[in-house]
Design a protein around this ligand. Structure first.
Ligand code: PSV
Ligand code: MN
Ligand code: MN
Length: 387
């Protein structure tokens, strides 16, 4: 039997990076709803991310998206973030909002357009040098809509070449993480649709090229924890983009749609040595809050990850292994489910208080006056970057 006391020190290892775009207004292609208090500048997004960290102790870094978060002086931005008590994290490139990339960016048949996309990644690496960021995250909106439209094999070759050129520019401390997504915005074929393609592409680059697994980027029914286990086994699970989905790339609050799936994923992360100080797998959120308040949405998200991590750590692995080896199917499943069904909320509240954090971060945030202050001060907040 594993108790909360046995796992409490491991919880202190948890770090979850939040995305700058979660604080901007976002929506669907039908409507973007404005909300009071929305950040008007990159600095205000960072300030909101820092608030999430102050109340939860879980979110010490904020990821940036270039050019959505473009500024003149990234070293100054880094100092600003540090003054707020957080760091700047992953740099996300963007090759999906430029007319030149209509038929592809890193895979385009035209060498000039490929070079433009490569140069954008070079610029992102310059940003990383100034911000001290470790990871360059690449999600590509490339593919085709109609069979015969494109040479899908030639596009893999050009992608490999472009990625190799970008990878070469990284320092030894920096990493490239390649994100896959099974469809959208291209509907017939996507150039990096699945973990196998992402793995194949990054394996050809080198040790500092890894896969990013976005939990929302799989077909319904996909066994995501199996992919987690496999990528960790191969030493190639660089990072997570956590979110929830019901139907497509919904970008809803992680753990909201299926907390049990989140538990199963986190169990495999821990099992595979990807958690905390055991490994280098980065936990990130990739979410948008279209109708709910953004900072509370982020607070709920990091708390959901923490709660399911605690439950996953509670699995009695010695008893589980024994049951598995005995071939005791039902006992093995019962041991697994016992941990999942354990309510850790009271223990987590006490754990936070022992560390000088509010026992109930959501309540503390709502009582703090921060939301009222930003709603009064900020007029005319900007969109996350999506239109
Ligand atoms: C688009 O699907 C996407 O949601 C990807 O998941 C990226 O990580 C994110 O946008 C930010 O570029
Ligand atoms: Mn993502
Ligand atoms: Mn996505």
């Amino acid at each position: 039997m594993t108790n909360f006391a046995d796992i409490s020190s491991r919880l202190a290892e948890q770090e979850i990076e939040v995305p700058s775009w979660a604080y901007g207004n976002s929506g669907t292609r039908f409507k973007v709803f404005g909300s009071p208090g929305t950040p008007r500048t990159v600095e205000e997004k960072i300030a909101d991310a820092a608030a999430v960290h102050r109340f939860t102790g879980l979110a010490p870094r904020v990821a940036l998206h270039i050019p959505w978060d473009e500024v003149d002086d990234y070293a100054a931005l880094r100092r600003y973030a540090e003054d707020q008590g957080i760091g700047l994290g992953t740099i996300n490139s963007n090759t999906f909002q430029d007319d030149d990339y209509k038929l592809g960016a890193l895979t385009h048949t035209d060498a000039k357009i490929r070079q433009k996309a490569i140069d954008h990644h070079f610029a992102c690496i310059d940003v990383m040098d100034a911000t001290g960021s470790r990871d360059l995250k690449i999600w590509l909106a490339e593919g085709s809509n109609y069979p015969g439209q494109a040479d899908i094999r030639g596009r893999q070759d050009r992608l490999a070449e472009s990625l190799a050129t970008i990878y070469e520019r990284l320092s030894d401390e920096q990493r490239l993480v390649l994100e896959y997504k099974f469809f959208e915005p291209a509907f017939y074929h996507t150039d990096v649709p699945d973990w196998g393609t992402a793995y194949t592409q990054v394996a050809a680059l080198g040790d500092n090229a890894l896969v990013c697994l976005d939990t929302g980027h799989h077909a319904p029914g996909t066994n995501i924890e199996f992919i987690v286990a496999q990528l960790l086994r191969l030493g190639k699970l660089g990072s997570f983009d956590f979110n929830s989905r019901f139907y497509a790339d919904d970008d809803l609050i992680v753990g909201a749609a299926d907390p049990y799936q989140l538990f199963r994923i986190l169990f495999e992360v821990i099992r595979g040595g990807g958690y905390g100080t055991d490994g280098d797998t980065a936990f990130m959120l990739d979410q948008c809050h279209n109708i709910e308040k953004k900072i509370p949405g982020q607070i709920r998200s990091v708390l959901n990850v923490q709660e399911m991590t605690a439950r996953a750590l509670l699995v009695d692995t010695a008893a589980l292994t024994a049951a598995q080896e005995e071939g005791d199917v039902l006992l093995a499943n019962e041991i697994f489910m016992d941990a999942f069904y354990t309510d850790v909320r009271t223990d987590l509240a006490a754990w936070r208080e022992e560390r000088g954090l509010p026992g109930n971060p959501m309540q503390a945030y709502l009582a703090s006056g921060y939301q009222e202050q930003i709603e009064a001060e900020r007029v005319g907040g900007t969109q996350a970057g999506w239109s």
